[in-house]
Design a protein around this ligand. Structure first.
Ligand SMILES: [Zn+2]
Length: 320
């Protein structure tokens, strides 16, 4: 049995107050427009307040004065209120009132003008509505191997393929039991609309390597969407070249695993994506083994210390 590991705080929260006054009219949201026509690309950080790698990457892009050669570029810090509560005693400052990344549906937004996260979503909504390509930068509690999270749409998969880093793609199930992500909002989730959005999970929340992963994907996004010249991208990538590993692997979620006790522990590594043969023991839920329900079952996204009744991880499978 492997004990859930502790993770050192390799990244420090930084003062974002110099970035408060955005150029978009919305605090912490910076938009830059080129005179040449082109898409509106958004790179967003801090959808979750304790996910520091995105903050570092968006801050670096702002410090470098990156400007789009065509279209428009928006660089944003979303849930700054939660982020400002982050610290060694509040490592879990993911959100304050409700998860900012579970409310992106017009019905849900209409119902809520009160919570901190819904108010922030309402502020950002006029900008989000005009975005053609969105990269939402995230990280995970466990040191998962980096992966994209995306709806199972051909247009989104094509963007993930073009970005090329990371090499793992996790397709969301069709039904959103827990609510709607920013990348689900309106046109992003519609097959016949042009707008495309995806999440990249860059590694452990507090790991320096997560910044390198986030940087690599963000710069590729700028390059692939025509925001910056290739030569500029090559220069920017030189700061953090992550070795490209192997072929693209795609996964889909088959079923959640709900903890039946307060002590569910993974048997193998907490890096995720381990494959188990049918009937193999992947976790111990108290005294009860959690067995792979089918052959080549993949452990997806183990969560930190799940309580009884909470999702501990999901079973997934590879897809072509
Ligand atoms: Zn997140």
């Amino acid at each position: 049995m492997s004990q859930a590991p502790d993770y050192p705080l390799e990244l420090e929260p930084e003062d974002l107050s110099p970035y408060r006054r955005g150029t978009s009219g919305v605090d912490y949201v910076h938009s830059f427009r080129s005179p040449r026509a082109g898409p509106h690309v958004m790179i967003n950080a801090l959808t979750h307040g304790n996910e520091l790698c995105g903050m570092r990457v968006v801050k670096r892009l702002l410090d470098l004065n990156i400007r789009p050669v065509c279209g428009a570029l928006t660089l944003s810090f979303a849930n700054v209120s939660a982020y400002q509560c982050f610290g060694p005693k509040r490592l879990d400052a993911r959100f304050l009132d409700r998860d900012f990344n579970r409310l992106w549906h017009d019905d849900l937004l209409q119902e809520d003008a009160q919570t901190i996260e819904a108010r922030r979503a309402h502020e950002m909504l006029p900008i989000v509505r005009t975005v053609d390509r969105l990269l939402d930068l995230h990280s995970t509690w466990h040191a998962l191997k980096p992966f994209f999270v995306l709806p199972k749409l051909a247009k989104t998969r094509a963007l993930a393929d073009a970005l090329g880093h990371p090499r793992r793609q996790l397709f969301l199930p069709g039904i959103r039991h827990e609510g709607y992500h920013l990348i689900d909002y309106n046109a992003f989730g519609q097959d016949d609309a042009g707008a495309v959005a995806l999440i990249v999970e860059c590694g452990q929340h507090f790991a320096r390597s997560s910044v390198d992963n986030a940087w690599q994907t963000a710069v590729r996004m700028l390059q692939v969407c025509g925001m910056i010249e290739t030569a500029v991208a090559v220069n920017l990538l030189a700061a953090a070249v992550v070795p490209a590993d192997s072929a693209i692997e795609r996964f889909e979620i088959v079923q959640p695993v709900i903890a039946e006790s307060d002590h569910l522990e993974i048997v193998g590594s907490y890096a995720g994506f381990d494959a188990y043969p049918l009937g193999a023991c992947a976790a111990m839920d108290g005294q009860k083994p959690v067995l792979a329900p089918f052959d080549e079952a993949i452990v997806i996204a183990p969560r930190p210390s799940p309580a009884k009744g909470q999702q501990a991880f999901a079973w997934g499978r590879r897809v072509a």
